[in-house]
Design a protein around this ligand. Structure first.
Ligand code: SF4
Length: 422
């Protein structure tokens, strides 16, 4: 399955700080995307690796083909768990020239992995130790002299091994509900930085790109934040945020922007760039916002709490669940309350309930019944297409799978997905 993927698998050994490339045969044998990631985990399981991967269509014009993943053993559940690489991180990873990256070992000092244009290096990140994710993102972009670099980083929570730690994608947190951020911290892996301008090859390029663009043309574009709130049974969440909402943003290739950007350090109506360096926050977790809304928070204070959690590198869903019912307004109090969340080192969930187990965890509450949500996740992580978009848009999975033949020369049946997950 050479098409849609860049050649080899990258093996990163943090013990020695070295990288090597090995043949990538797992997609042929196990299936693409997360199916290959699971096979790679099995192959290197003695090292208990962290695997950064991308789906078959990630980085192409297929609707919502933004999705990559991080796969590892969750420090919360002690089971294999996957966390999404959305926004522009999954697509940037694929276009950096590395479709699958297996990270083994533990660095003697903080390190970051720099993947760009087919080149992979392990860099010293000692100077970034203790930085929050916003500072780390800025520092790496400054060091490399490139503002478009996508940075997957951990903050103080991940470095401290907090069970509430989550990695962040640039400034905006992530759907890591399995403490993969703490797993990165345990390996002294402060960040993975990505930049690439690669092109992807298809087995039948004309048919693949023509059919992809047709799918895009007919894809539902009205499934943004309001539709997501309605599907989650939180119809008034968008109204609650409306006074500070500035605009909506989408992930790579998504026809339906479901992330509202809220402004609280300047008027939300200001459209042009201003002197305000950090005007607000991208709300990437509707579940977290919902916990805070239902817990009596005002939208501005809640958004500041989300920012504080993203900066610290905390799971916003579990953090908001803990903060709900204790609404705060003072920024100093919010910052201290968020910092205190790192202390939940032993609890599975702050509430004391069992953490959600299973490979797909609890990125968002299921948008449909559990079986349909699981199928959307399997299809999404194999094909590299956002499962939230698949559910919200009622996307035709068979039409999506039909692109596999022009993409790779190999047919893929939706009915065969479950077999890839054993
Ligand atoms: S539906 Fe939302 S989360 Fe999914 S790709 Fe689109 S913008 Fe991103």
């Amino acid at each position: 399955m050479d098409s849609m993927y860049y050649g080899d698998t990258l093996i990163v050994d943090l013990d020695s700080g070295t990288t090597e490339e090995v043949d990538f045969v797992e997609a042929d044998e196990a299936g693409p995307g997360l199916a290959a990631g699971l096979a790679l985990y099995e192959k290197y399981k003695d090292a208990d690796p962290i695997i950064f991967g991308s789906g078959l269509f990630t980085g192409t014009p297929v609707p919502a083909a933004c999705l990559g993943f991080v796969l590892g053993r969750s420090p919360v559940t002690d089971e294999l768990a996957v966390a999404p690489l959305n926004l522009f991180a999954g697509s940037e990873m694929k276009l950096s020239g590395f479709s699958m990256v297996v990270v083994k070992g533990t660095s003697a000092k903080p390190a970051y992995l720099w993947l760009h244009d087919g080149v992979a290096d392990v860099h010293d990140a000692s100077a970034f130790a203790g930085m929050d994710t916003w500072e780390t993102t800025d520092a790496i972009r400054r060091e490399m002299g490139e503002s478009m670099i996508q940075v997957i980083s951990i903050g103080p929570a991940g470095e401290a091994g907090s069970k509430l730690a989550a990695f962040s994608i640039n400034y905006w947190g992530s759907g890591d509900t399995a403490a993969i951020g703490a797993l990165m911290g345990s390996r002294n892996l402060k960040a993975v930085a990505l930049r690439g301008l690669g092109m992807l090859d298809a087995d039948d390029p004309e048919e693949f790109y023509t059919r992809s663009l047709e799918l895009f043309a007919f894809a539902r574009k009205d499934r943004g934040f309001a539709a997501l709130c309605a599907a989650l049974g939180a119809g008034d969440l968008d109204k609650w945020l409306e006074p500070i909402a500035h605009r909506a943003r989408a992930c790579f290739a998504c026809p339906s922007a479901c992330f509202p950007f809220v402004k609280y350090n300047e008027a939300p109506t200001v459209m042009e760039s201003s002197d305000v360096e950090e005007p607000g926050m991208l709300v990437t977790s509707p579940s977290a916002a919902l916990w805070l809304m239902d817990g009596g928070w005002e939208p501005e204070a809640a958004s500041r709490a989300l920012e504080a959690m993203a900066r610290e590198g905390l799971d916003m869903v579990r953090g908001a669940r803990e903060l709900a019912g204790k609404p705060l307004t003072d920024l100093g109090q919010i910052t201290r309350a968020v910092k205190a969340l790192e202390g939940f080192a032993e609890a599975a969930w702050p509430s004391g309930e069992p953490a959600p187990a299973g490979l797909f965890g609890a990125w968002t509450p299921p948008l449909a019944d559990a079986d349909a949500w699981k199928l959307a996740n399997m299809a999404g992580y194999v094909l590299g297409v956002c499962p939230t978009y698949l559910m919200l848009s009622e996307f035709d999975l068979e039409a999506l799978a039909g692109l596999c033949r022009p993409a790779t020369g190999v047919r893929l049946e939706i009915g065969g997905l479950a077999d890839m997950f054993g």
